[in-house]
Ligand binder design. Structure first.
Ligand SMILES: NC(=O)c1ccc[n+]([C@@H]2O[C@H](COP(=O)([O-])OP(=O)(O)OC[C@H]3O[C@@H](n4cnc5c(N)ncnc54)[C@H](O)[C@@H]3O)[C@@H](O)[C@H]2O)c1
Length: 427
């Protein structure tokens, strides 16, 4: 792999004023991050720490980056996905906030010398002491290609389910060389970001890409995890008939009792109008399923990597391919049926829409900011393992979010506390 060191690589710096407006607008919905930023400005908990963040470069991420910088971090950013960058935001990060950023929407990602990997290398050239990942690409490239830098890394944080799975696999093999906090495991992350954020923004991405009416359509959700649950719930809200596919019997049962149709993909393939994968796994829509699908079926993914739909197999079957709308590619099969792939099979909410609304990223990124502070303070006492963020931090984020939303809750009375703590009282 060629190693490079450049200052920034964004599409067009003249987009910066538009990006700044977007960043400021998103900040309105991010009260928790604002409170953290105010404290960070005074206390400087990350003073002088070199940080590299490999994240979706969106207006919400920009607010996180500004918060880390306010805390004293010396921060560099690169894209965690070739299609998720908002070019105006990337320009503003560089020109308005002085944060070196390496991210261009649509950058090529085929192979180790592609722009996507060059951008990751630029973030690594910053010699990070703390890493911040969304999908573990930064940590993975650091370990594979830059082992000489590993002793200088205090620790990292990881945003998403797929990244946490990769990191746990590295830790299990003894390959992980520094501790990482699994932001995704916080309740204030996956219960809201994965469920309500992905649920809404995935529907938004599909609609923006296709302008299809969801009412009356059969909408197949692949995987009933946190993302799948949110997506199924929101698709039903739009009037779709929702079918869920699963491999986990408990989750399949839950989907059924939540009122959704549950069936194997081989059955769903015959009836679905729109398919969305949300498993974090490989080829849940596979070659054989293409034989069964209806003319006009739409295929999209909202899981982290673009491997959930077997795109090479679809490409191999196609007798004709054409781009019919910006994020819609038509594949015509030998028997004349047409299948429509959205956003190259990449996370459709980030490719065709704007990712999660700021209100949920407020909590996810509060976990990132407080996680970075925690890692800086505690790295020396942590092993090279994957840890969850302490429950007190998770609860504090929920408390601050409620405060920001103007919602008050009850507190246990001393009498209630005593009751709950005693084993003697019964009926
Ligand atoms: N689009 C976004 O903005 C966004 C946001 C958060 C997470 N993610 C990503 O979405 C993916 C899912 O995340 P999650 O938090 O819902 O994960 P999860 O682990 O909670 O759920 C995944 C579900 O998929 C099921 N599954 C796995 N393989 C399957 C198969 N072949 N067929 C049917 N079901 C299968 C699992 O049993 C599980 O219930 C991950 O890749 C994650 O990183 C995307």
């Amino acid at each position: 792999m060629t190693k490079r060191n450049v200052k920034h690589d964004v599409k067009d710096l003249s987009l910066a004023p538009k990006g700044k407006l977007k960043i400021e607008y998103a900040a309105m919905e991010m009260p928790v991050l604002r409170l953290i930023r105010e404290r960070f400005s005074k206390e400087k908990p990350l003073a002088g720490v070199r940080m590299s963040g490999c994240l979706h470069i969106t207006s919400e991420t920009a607010n996180l980056a500004i918060t880390l910088k306010a805390g004293g971090a010396d921060l560099v950013l690169c894209a965690s996905n070739p299609l998720s960058t908002q070019d105006d935001v990337a320009a503003a990060l560089v020109a308005e906030y002085g944060i070196p950023t390496f991210a261009i929407k649509g950058e090529d990602s085929g192979g180790e010398d592609s722009t996507y990997y060059q951008h990751i290398q630029a973030a690594i050239a910053h010699k990070p002491q703390l890493t911040m990942d969304d999908g573990a690409d930064l940590v993975s490239v650091l370990h594979k290609s830059y082992p000489e830098q590993l002793p200088d890394v205090l620790g990292g944080t990881e945003e998403t389910t797929t990244g946490v799975i990769r990191l746990r696999a590295m830790a299990k093999d003894g390959a992980l060389k520094f501790p990482v906090l699994a932001v995704n495991d916080s309740d204030t992350k996956h219960l809201f970001d994965n469920r309500y954020g992905t649920g809404q923004s995935t529907v938004d991405g599909i609609i923006r890409a296709t302008n299809l009416l969801l009412a009356g359509k059969t909408f197949v959700v692949g995987g009933y995890g946190w993302c799948g649950r949110g997506l199924a719930m929101r698709a039903r809200g739009m009037g779709a008939i929702v079918a869920v596919t699963e491999v986990n019997p408990v989750r399949a049962l839950e989907a059924s009792m939540d009122g959704f149709l549950v069936m194997p993909m081989a059955e769903a393939a015959k009836v679905g109008d729109i398919f969305v994968t949300a498993t974090g796994g490989l080829h849940m829509i596979d070659d054989a399923h293409y034989d069964l699908m209806k003319d006009g079926a739409v295929l999209a993914n909202t899981g982290h990597f673009n491997v959930e739909i077997n795109i090479p197999a679809l490409a191999k079957r196609a007798v004709r391919r054409r781009q019919v709308r910006e994020f819609v590619e038509e594949f015509t099969l030998a028997d004349g049926r047409r299948l429509y792939l959205l956003g190259d099979g990449r996370l459709i909410n980030l490719a065709a829409a704007e990712g999660h609304p700021a209100s949920v990223m407020d909590m996810s990124f509060a976990n990132q900011a407080l996680g970075a502070e925690y890692m800086k303070k505690n790295a020396s006492s942590l092993k090279p393992q994957v840890y969850t963020i302490p429950a007190e931090i998770d609860r504090e984020i929920a408390r601050l979010k409620l405060q920001g939303m103007g919602i008050q809750i009850d507190t246990l009375t001393p009498e209630q506390v005593k009751y709950l703590q005693s084993w003697e009282e019964g009926t």
